[in-house]
Each structure stands twice: as structure tokens, then as C-alpha cells.
Design a protein around this ligand. Structure first.
Ligand SMILES: [Zn+2]
Length: 370
């Protein structure tokens, strides 16, 4: 197998650093500089260009590429930083750490997940995979219509999965394998009887679902067009003998720099979590696949955050809460689960003219309501 020198990209470094993003200016992110911004006010001094892989702090007068940013903030030289990042990428450190952690109970709704690859491997494969895909105009329009910008959609790595041509799909898999990646055990991928790797195409785009450490656990798919059978699926190949099923992964988005996060919002859907966090200037959201499932996992994440007092944990439920008994019941169940774990939660109510919290926030941002 061929091993290439790993390209250290800004998006990955940002995931590791978890900087507080204040604003976006075109292609640039404005963040608080951990070295010089002690007070949280309007604007930070650190500017990052995700696509050019550059950063510059206007107060410290320090700049460079993604690798140098990581090195600078962690007080390492670039050689050490490179080694550390590659280790993170390969999951060496985390694989050891993870052994001691309790296994979460998953709510599995798909077949065959016993061969699921560790999150480190999935993360590595999905990152490279998404780099090889594009976002269709139709899907891009959909995302822009929901209040996101091009910069954000690129940053979030939303990509179209409607690759109908088998040859193109196999070509993509070949490229991944040439990079030294293992597709075995990664949901969505499977092997043909002649040994060729392939993946399942979908009529829609994917939303990378990340864990607390920013690693891509799985891909949720938003079906666009004919949504018979639901708008959301998992990128999964669990119904094929050589494939792997996805689990109901929980998605974490937003800032949780220890000193700065104060609260978290739990909402249904990874994309909704991304949109709401974006429209609320980077507030922390946890997206659960459905209000009725993944309760154990979301409790685990909130426990790790150490949030438990009233006003620290909010659950945001669509306004059909008032008409649908099952939604209300699901909310009561999740509430009980949190309470049993010593965590107090509040349901966040919002303007009843809007079904979803994202619709409401978008209307608010656009000045259509208060
Ligand atoms: Zn600075």
C-alpha cells in the first residue's frame, strides 16, 4: 500500500482546536485568539482562512498555515505538531484512551453493525471521501435556502451522494485505498464479488455527523426530491453481506472551549443542529437522529460536558409537540432519562407560527419576526 505524506488541512486542525468562531467574513473566520483575547467581546483578533489554509493574529502578529497554527497554540515545533496531528488522524492516541471508556448503549435500527470500524478509521475514510465529492447545484440551493452560506456548507463538508455511475464510484474507492485507507467496516461502503469496493449512492447530500472530539462518526443523508420513506437516512451498507450498517450516531456542533461554553441545546437532526448553531453564532448543539431515540448517547455527551443545572441544558422540540402525543411522550422520556442522571433540562419554547426552531431562527435573522 502506498502511504502519502499527510496533508494537514485547516478544517481538521480547527476540529482539534475547537476555537470560538465569532464571525465569518466571506472565506474567513474570525475567532478569539487563545493567546491574546482574554475578554470575549464583539470580535476576536485571530483570522483564519479555511480554504487557503492560513491564519493570522492581528494582535500577536503571528501567522502561517494550518500546521503552524496547531503548533503555535500548543507550544510545539512544527515537527512535533505534525506528528501529533497525524497521530490524531490515525487515531493512535484515542484508540488507547477509548478502551477505558464505558460502551454506550445504542439504539440500533439497522442491520449488521458488529463489524463497525472504530471511529478513528471512519473519520479518516469519510474525510478523504468527502474531499473527492462535490455538492450539486440543487443541493447547494437547498442549503442556501435554509439560511446557510457557501462558506459554511464547504466548511461543514456537505457533499452530494447521487453518483449513479458505478465506474465513478469504484474510482473514488480506489483512490481512498491508494491513500492507505481501509474501507472495511465503514458504513456505506461494500465489496463486489470480484473484490472491487463500491458505495451506496443516494438521491441527496450528506451531513457529516461528528462526535464531541469533532471526528466524523457517520454520514446522515438528506434526501432531496422524492422523499417517500422519509427525508433522512444513514449512509449505510448494512443490508449487503460485505457492507456495514450505521448506528444512530449523535452529532455535536459548536464551541466548547472549557471556559466559554455555558449551555447546550439538544435538537432533532444533524442538519438542524448545524443550521441552528450557525444562526445562533456558534452556540453548542447536539443533534439526535430522532426525538424518540439515542437518549443514552445524548445523556453521555452532556455528562462529559459537565452541564447539569437548570438553564444549562435545553431540549428543542418542533412545535408539533402540541398536537402529536408521541412527540410529547418522547420528550417526557428524554426528560426522565436526564433527571435520572441528575441533569436538569428545560424545553425551549419558541414562536408557535414556526414548526421548526431553525425556521424560526431564520425568520428572526431575516427580520421577519421577533
Ligand atoms: Zn493573538
Amino acid at each position: 500500500m502506498k502511504h502519502e505524506l499527510v496533508d494537514i488541512r485547516m478544517d481538521f486542525v480547527l476540529n482539534l482546536l475547537r476555537l470560538h468562531v465569532v464571525k465569518q467574513h466571506g472565506n474567513e473566520l474570525n475567532t478569539y485568539c487563545p493567546k491574546c483575547d482574554n475578554k470575549i467581546k464583539g470580535e476576536g483578533h485571530l483570522y483564519i482562512n479555511v480554504y487557503k489554509n492560513t491564519f493570522y493574529c492581528h494582535k500577536c502578529g503571528v501567522g502561517g498555515n494550518a500546521l503552524q497554527l496547531y503548533a503555535w497554540l500548543n507550544n510545539l515545533d512544527t515537527k512535533e505538531a505534525y506528528r501529533e496531528i497525524v497521530q490524531e488522524l490515525k487515531g493512535a492516541k484515542r484508540a488507547r484512551k477509548a478502551v477505558a471508556e464505558p460502551t454506550a448503549t445504542y439504539n440500533v435500527n439497522v442491520v449488521k453493525t458488529e463489524n463497525l470500524a472504530p471511529v478513528e478509521q471512519r473519520d479518516l475514510v469519510y474525510r478523504e471521501f468527502l474531499n473527492l465529492l462535490d455538492l450539486d447545484d440543487e443541493h447547494r440551493e437547498h442549503l442556501l435556502g435554509r439560511g446557510l452560506t457557501d462558506t459554511f456548507t464547504k466548511f461543514k463538508m456537505y457533499k452530494s451522494l447521487n453518483i449513479k455511475d458505478e465506474k465513478s464510484r469504484k474510482e473514488i474507492c480506489k483512490k481512498l485505498i491508494e491513500k492507505g485507507l481501509t474501507l472495511e467496516g465503514v458504513p456505506g461502503f461494500f465489496r463486489h464479488s470480484n473484490g472491487d469496493w463500491d458505495f451506496i449512492p443516494y438521491n441527496g447530500f450528506c451531513i457529516p455527523v461528528r462526535d464531541l472530539e469533532g471526528r466524523i462518526q457517520g454520514l446522515q443523508v438528506r434526501i432531496v426530491g422524492d422523499t417517500n420513506g422519509g427525508k433522512y437516512r444513514w449512509f449505510s451498507s448494512g443490508n449487503i453481506p460485505t457492507g456495514t450498517g450505521a448506528k444512530n450516531f449523535v452529532h455535536v456542533v459548536g464551541t466548547f472551549n472549557e471556559e466559554r461554553y455555558k449551555r447546550v441545546f439538544i435538537i432533532e437532526g444533524a442538519l438542524k443542529a448545524d443550521i441552528c448553531s450557525y444562526l445562533m453564532d456558534g452556540e453548542m448543539f447536539i443533534g439526535i437522529p430522532g426525538i424518540a431515540n439515542s437518549h443514552d448517547q445524548v445523556v453521555e455527551v452532556v455528562k462529559k460536558l459537565g452541564l447539569k443545572y437548570e438553564g444549562e441544558v435545553y431540549v428543542v422540540v418542533d412545535n408539533d409537540y402540541y398536537d402529536k402525543k408521541e412527540v410529547k411522550n418522547s420528550f417526557e422520556r428524554i426528560k426522565k432519562k436526564f433527571n435520572d442522571n441528575g441533569i436538569s433540562i428545560l424545553r425551549l419554547g419558541f414562536n408557535l407560527n414556526y414548526k421548526g426552531f431553525d425556521d424560526y431562527l431564520l425568520a428572526k435573522v431575516r427580520g421577519e419576526c421577533v
